[in-house]
Ligand binder design. Structure first.
Ligand SMILES: Cc1cc2nc3c(=O)[nH]c(=O)nc-3n(C[C@H](O)[C@H](O)[C@H](O)COP(=O)(O)OP(=O)(O)OC[C@H]3O[C@@H](n4cnc5c(N)ncnc54)[C@H](O)[C@@H]3O)c2cc1C
Length: 530
């Protein structure tokens, strides 16, 4: 997978594509996999890097959503639990199960949450992850040794999925490519073209690397631009009624000492009624998330002071070592592309419950927008979207085949076994063998990039050579997760990564410095000033 080859595929394709997908997050790449694996001819363009938007900034849970259960949205929970199971089946190298403990401080909490979580487990049916049960005080502390003991009565444990969102996305891009799709990062759609009847029949786009502008035509264009969906819709139909209600969520990252053990904490009702998670992730502790409505979406959202204070204060209520500002290794924000229906011609997925989750909307111009939903349900969203897009574009009927389609790197070994064999490279699945070969050819590539993080030089080479990393940020934020885990360490690694990428991609000194400066500027958003 490299960008030069992708451009070659583009140039060798003079006719109209069956489907052009705009947006390279979980939703867009999911649509590209679905459409390409049905045998349609697919082009996907992403204005920045794959996953630069919300899809690298999630809580990283493959889950049914315990909170929807509380809202009585059983259909939605069942559907998401099924998708969680399929995700584990198709990408076991990246997705694994994780124990979540709901600590109980009031007498009524154990029976209340115990019963609810049992139902959550039952709804998963054959896609179940593990039996939920009520825990004694001692058992709760065995799961969570750093939980505050004052007033603690016990807890309830249940199981959900956890994954590395950007890593899964890169493997999905590889999957789409293997299925025959052409995918380009750093190509922005600047306009939509229309036929004589006023129907969208293609895109005008700009390659951010060369500045070259080009057009491409398609039988159907899918808008999978997440929180930016309305902006593209307005290009097709000035005056289109907005569908997106953007809402920001942030996470703080601490070292592993704040949450010892292998389990996560789930607080179903914080002081202001939100859900808060503290989760072990890549040897660190991830705490989030907030839900703050924002006026509009930006590609690099910044955490607000009140969000940071809320997470610090709430985590301090539950953890023996109350985290302080100085303990924050990284802070990152993401925008939820919450969607609401508009009055225009629109179709929703088959079940009423899901229609509240993701929306597939067809504007009068024929532009198909797929938005809302969540990471966990990307496959189902893609299936619905391609079903409708294919009907609209009169493409030959072909069934969806993604239920059992393995994601690139598929390797069945359990997390522990894979970690024993490959250490931190296990997350690459079968690609870990290839990274090992790079090291065999040049043992210097086994050198760590920073003492605080597990990443090695070979990963920067691999990212540039085989995973379409084009900037220092791509490598440090989304091919490795250095920026999300420890922003200061990522800044310290940046010059070495820039040198490795420069030799791999043929950057001159001006380009190397430009990428390094750009990374430093972005990384400042992930640092918390005391
Ligand atoms: C804080 C937070 C926590 C979350 N946690 C979870 C979780 O634990 N589990 C879960 O299942 N879900 C979770 N979600 C939801 C999930 O992350 C999102 O639903 C999902 O990532 C949305 O993906 P997307 O592809 O629709 O949007 P995005 O990932 O934002 O992708 C849209 C892409 O479109 C591109 N784009 C925009 N305009 C153009 C243009 N003109 N030309 C080309 N490209 C363009 C953007 O650059 C962007 O990369 C969370 C969301 C948030 C905000």
């Amino acid at each position: 997978m490299n960008r030069t080859d992708m451009w070659r595929r583009m140039d060798a394709h003079p006719k109209a594509w069956d489907v052009i997908v705009v947006g390279g997050g979980a939703t867009g790449v999911g649509v590209a996999i679905d459409a390409a694996s049905r045998g349609y001819d697919v082009l996907l363009v992403e204005q920045s890097d794959f996953g630069k938007g919300t899809s690298s900034r999630s809580t990283k849970l493959a889950h049914g959503g315990v909170r929807y259960l509380e809202q009585g949205n059983i259909g939605l929970v069942m559907e998401a639990l099924k998708e969680r199971g399929l995700l584990l089946q198709n990408a076991p190298h990246i997705v694994h199960d994780l124990a979540f403990v709901v600590p109980n401080y009031d007498w009524w909490e154990a029976p209340f949450y115990g019963l609810g979580l049992k139902l959550y487990q039952l709804l998963a049916g054959k896609y179940g992850f593990g039996a939920s049960r009520i825990l004694s005080r001692e058992e709760t502390l065995k799961h969570l040794p750093t939980l505050k003991t004052e007033g603690l009565r016990g807890g309830a444990v249940y199981y959900d999925g956890q994954f590395d969102d950007a890593r899964l996305l890169i493997h999905m891009v590889a999957t789409a490519s293997e299925q025959g799709a052409t995918l380009l990062n750093y190509v922005e759609v600047t306009g939509l073209t229309k036929d004589a009847q006023g129907f969208v029949d293609g895109i005008s786009a700009r390659d951010a690397e060369t500045g070259n502008e080009f057009r491409a035509t398609a039988k159907v264009v899918v808008n999978a631009t997440g929180a930016f969906s309305d902006r593209l819709r307005l290009k097709a139909e000035p005056g289109a009624e907005p569908m997106i209600v953007p809402s920001q969520g942030i996470h703080l990252v601490f070292d592993a000492s704040f949450l010892q053990g292998e389990s996560a904490v789930m607080v179903p009702h914080t002081s202001d009624g939100r859900v808060l998670f503290a989760i072990p992730w890549h040897g660190h502790t991830l705490v989030g998330t907030t839900d703050t409505s924002v006026a509009s979406a930006t590609l690099e959202p910044v955490a607000m002071e009140q969000e940071i204070e809320f997470i610090l204060a709430t985590a301090g209520q539950y953890l023996t070592k109350a985290p302080a500002r100085d303990d924050v290794l990284s802070v990152f924000a993401g925008i939820r592309p919450l969607a609401r229906e508009t009055g225009a011609i629109s179709r929703v997925p088959s079940t009423a419950s899901l229609s509240r989750d993701h929306i597939i909307h067809i504007d009068r111009s024929g532009l198909v927008t797929v938005c809302g939903g969540k990471w966990t349900t990307y496959r189902h969203m893609a299936e619905d979207c391609v079903d409708q897009a294919a009907t609209l574009a009169q493409l030959p009927d072909r069934p969806c085949v993604t239920h059992h389609l393995h994601i690139h790197g598929f390797q069945e070994a359990a997390k522990e076994e894979a970690a024993k064999e490959f250490g931190s490279l296990a997350v690459y699945g079968s690609d870990a063998h290839e990274i090992r070969k790079l090291i065999e050819a040049d043992p210097g590539l086994a050198e760590p990039l920073h003492a605080a993080l597990p990443y090695i030089k070979a990963e920067a080479i691999w990212a540039a050579r085989h995973e379409m990393a084009r900037t220092v940020e791509d490598t440090l934020a989304r091919r490795t997760r250095a920026l999300f885990l420890n922003a200061r360490a990522a800044l310290a690694m940046a010059p070495a990564v820039a040198n490795l990428m420069a030799s791999e991609l043929g950057w001159d000194e001006v380009t190397r410095t430009k990428h390094l400066d750009a990374f430093r500027s972005v990384a400042s958003n992930y640092l918390l000033q005391s």
